[in-house]
Design a protein around this ligand. Structure first.
Ligand code: NAD
Length: 357
């Protein structure tokens, strides 16, 4: 099969880590008889420098016409003072909107070889955890009506949260489908004791649950979920939640794995074309030094194979190779900890992973 992949390398370490993932995909293509055709597009600070805007039309069109998008990261101090609507990060929102990506999938799991890097107590870590947060990405308070007005105590600001039944239904279905492919357990996270949107959320999730009798569903208030993630992360399989709660909880979940350079993500919509990217940023402090860990981007490419191209065996092959390299003790600088290993560069780590595919 042929697959057209749009590459948006972005800024900082973006180009280095995306190159690593491209090398891995090429090797997987050779091994399994697929052809991945890559086309590069600019977005972020580099696009601002060239076109005066972070998301040129050509990039939007190119991504829309591809089978999927692999993105590095955007932003950096160089663009700190550009007008807010032209900031590099605006490119991400623009791409999500243009591609209709309303779901963000963020897996967070502990690698046995990296247990020492986890910030939780050893007895909690030893039980292991492997969870996915399904975050609604295009609705809720980040997109609601906002403004400033004269209030009872003078000037005030307001942001509003609104969710339609349709928006909740579609994200709930993604979450149930995801749970179905895993351990069949779904926790829906809300604040139904206070918020009306959460009450509609809970009611809708319960209705959709009737279509998924094989998945066990329960509900948790967001404040409790924040506690349970650090107290007993092993109890989570799939968790579904709104845009803002998901933003916060998915960062918390990634932090407890102890390794930002290892965590991939997928943004999905109704079409097969998704956007896959590491959860970290452009790391301007290490850009160009060769110290970047390419694993999060390589694992994002594995998610692309699994979710957009239905190539699970090929995705497993990449994930197993990453696991094998970690088990053998190879480390990049960010995860070297007190292991005593000699840190590998981005290129060297990529080569190790390719050897094990
Ligand atoms: P960051 O994630 O870029 O970096 C945080 C720390 O983690 C840094 O010390 C960095 O060196 C390290 N790090 C990150 N990724 C790494 C990797 N793959 N290997 C090794 N070390 C890694 O976050 P930040 O410093 O807050 O943000 C830098 C820029 O990135 C900002 O302009 C921010 O807006 C942008 N950003 C972009 C995205 C995105 O493109 N999706 C996400 C977050 C931040």
């Amino acid at each position: 099969m042929n697959y057209n992949i749009a590459l948006v390398k972005g800024d900082g370490i973006g180009p280095e880590i995306v190159e690593g993932a491209v090398e891995v995909l090429k090797k997987v293509g050779e091994k399994y008889g697929h052809q991945f055709i890559f086309t590069e597009y600019l977005a972020g600070g580099c696009a601002y420098d060239k076109y005066g805007k972070p998301l040129p039309e050509e990039t939007v069109e190119g991504c829309k016409n591809s089978d999927s998008v692999l993105l590095g990261a955007v932003g950096g101090p160089k663009w700190d003072n550009v007008p807010s609507d032209l900031r590099p990060e605006k490119a991400l929102l623009g791409l999500r909107a243009a591609l209709g990506l309303y779901t963000n999938l963020r897996p967070a799991k502990i690698y046995p070889a990296l247990m020492g890097a986890c910030t939780l107590r050893p007895d909690i870590v030893e039980r292991g955890f492997d969870l996915v947060i399904v975050r609604e990405l295009t609705g809720g308070i980040y997109f609601g009506e906002r403004g400033r007005r004269e209030g009872r105590y003078g000037e005030e600001a307001y942001d509003t949260e609104a969710y339609s039944v349709m928006e909740i239904e579609r994200i709930a279905r993604v979450a149930f489908e995801t749970a179905r492919k895993r351990r069949k357990n779904l926790i829906s996270i809300d604040k139904a004791n206070v918020l009306e949107t959460s009450r509609l959320w809970r009611q809708t999730v319960n209705r959709i649950a009737e279509e998924y009798q094989d998945v066990e569903v329960s509900h948790m208030y967001v404040d409790n979920a924040a506690m349970q993630l650090v107290r007993e992360p092993s109890r989570f399989d799939v968790a579904v939640t709104s845009n803002m709660f998901g933003d916060i909880l998915s960062d918390e979940a990634s932090q407890i794995t102890g390794s930002i350079g290892l965590l991939p993500s997928a943004s999905l919509g109704d079409s097969k074309c998704g956007m896959y990217e590491p959860i970290h940023g452009s790391a301007p402090d290490i850009a160009g030094t060769g110290k970047a860990n390419p694993m999060a981007t390589i694992l994002s490419a594995a998610m692309m194979l699994r979710y957009s191209f239905d190539l699970s065996e090929e995705a497993d092959c990449i994930e197993n190779a990453v696991n094998a390299v970690l088990e053998e003790g190879f480390r990049t600088a960010d995860i070297v900890g007190n292991s005593g290993a000699e840190p590998l560069s981005c290129k060297e780590m990529t080569a190790k992973i390719i050897e094990r595919l």
